[in-house]
Ligand binder design. Structure first.
Ligand code: HEC
Ligand code: HEC
Length: 244
C-alpha cells in the first residue's frame, strides 16, 4: 500500500474500480435470485448486502478532489500533543473507561473523516473535539502524512479470517477478511484495542455516533455479538500505538 497521501490520492482510481467490482459482486446474486424465483427475498442479509453495495457505489461518486499534499515534519510537530494519549500503549480514556484507539497504520481517509467529524461536532468527545477544533484542512493533511509515515496496517499478514465469526459475515465487504481494510473510508479494525472497538460499536448502536452506515450494521447486534466481534478484530495483526 502507498504510505504517503500523494500516492494514496493517485491510487484513488484503483480503489474506485475495486469498489465497483465489490458492489457488482454484491448485487449479482440478488438479481439471479429475482430472475429464477420471480420474487424478492426480504431477509436482513440481503437488505444489508444491498445497503453495502449502494454505499460502495455512492462512495465512488463522491471521490473528493485532491488537496495539498501533507508535510510529514509539520505533522510530527503538530502531533506532539497527540502522543500524550495515542503514543502511550494501553492509555485509558478516564470516563467511560476504554483504551484510546490505536492510530498507527490507520487509513488516511478515515483519520481525515474522524478529525473533521470531531471538528464539526458531529462526533462527540470533549477532548478530541478540543484538539480538532483549531485544526485547518492543511493541518489534517500534515497529521495524516506523519501518521501514514509509520506504515500501513493493511500490509500486515492475514493470520485468521472472519469466516468462522458468524456476526462478521456482513462486515467483510467493507472491512476486509480480517478487518485489515480493503477500501479507504472504512477504518482498519485489525489490531485495534478490544475495549475501544466495543465502545465504538455500542456508540453506533445506541445512536451516540450517528450519520454513518454503521448505524444499520450494528442495529441487529447483541451484546454477545459485539463482544465477539471486538475480540476477533482486536486480536488480529494490524494497527499500532503511534511512535514519535
Ligand atoms: C487526552 C487524550 C487524547 C489526546 C491528547 C488526543 N486524543 Fe485522539 N482520541 C482520544 C480518545 C479517548 C479517542 C476516542 C474518542 C471517541 O470515543 O470518539 C480519540 C480518537 C481519535 C481519533 C479517531 C480514531 C478512531 O479509530 O475512530 C483520531 C483520528 C484521533 N483521536 C486523532 C488525534 C490527533 C491527531 C490528536 C492530536 C492533534 C489527538 N487525537 C489527541 C484521546 C486523545
Ligand atoms: C457498507 C460498509 C460497511 C459495513 C458493511 C460495515 N462497516 Fe464498519 N464502518 C464503515 C465506515 C464507512 C466506518 C466509518 C464510520 C464513521 O466515520 O464513524 C465504519 C466504522 C466502523 C468501526 C469504528 C472503528 C473506529 O476506529 O472507530 C467499527 C468498530 C466497525 N465499523 C465495525 C464493523 C463491524 C463489526 C461490521 C459488521 C457487523 C461493520 N463494521 C460493517 C463501513 C462499513
Amino acid at each position: 500500500m502507498p504510505q504517503n497521501p500523494v500516492l494514496y490520492r493517485a491510487g484513488r482510481w484503483q480503489y474506485t474500480l475495486t469498489l465497483i467490482t465489490i458492489a457488482a459482486l454484491n448485487l449479482l446474486p440478488a438479481r439471479a435470485w429475482n430472475q429464477t424465483q420471480q420474487k424478492t427475498p426480504v431477509n436482513t442479509h440481503t437488505i444489508l448486502r444491498s445497503g453495502a453495495a449502494i454505499f460502495l457505489i455512492a462512495m465512488t461518486l463522491f471521490v473528493q478532489p485532491a488537496a495539498a499534499a501533507g508535510d510529514i515534519e509539520q505533522g510530527k510537530q503538530l502531533g506532539f500533543t497527540c502522543m500524550g494519549c495515542h503514543g502511550i500503549a494501553g492509555y485509558r480514556n478516564a470516563y467511560p473507561s476504554f483504551r484510546v484507539p490505536r492510530l498507527g497504520g490507520q487509513q488516511g481517509a478515515y483519520i481525515e473523516a474522524a478529525l473533521r467529524a470531531y471538528r464539526e461536532g458531529t462526533r462527540e468527545h470533549p477532548t478530541m473535539r478540543a484538539h480538532a477544533a483549531s485544526l485547518t484542512d492543511q493541518d489534517i493533511e500534515n497529521l495524516i502524512a506523519w501518521i501514514s509515515s509509520s506504515g500501513d496496517a493493511r500490509d500486515a499478514v492475514t493470520t485468521e479470517t472472519a469466516a468462522h465469526v458468524a456476526p462478521a459475515a456482513t462486515c467483510v465487504a467493507c472491512h476486509g477478511a480480517d478487518g485489515e481494510g480493503v477500501i479507504p473510508q472504512p477504518p482498519t479494525l485489525a489490531g485495534q484495542e478490544v475495549d475501544y472497538l466495543e465502545h465504538a460499536l455500542n456508540q453506533y448502536k445506541d445512536g451516540t455516533r450517528s450519520g454513518t452506515v454503521m448505524t444499520a450494521f450494528t442495529a441487529g447486534l447483541s451484546d454477545a455479538d459485539i463482544a465477539l466481534l471486538a475480540k476477533f478484530y482486536g486480536s488480529q495483526d494490524g494497527l499500532k500505538t503511534l511512535q514519535q
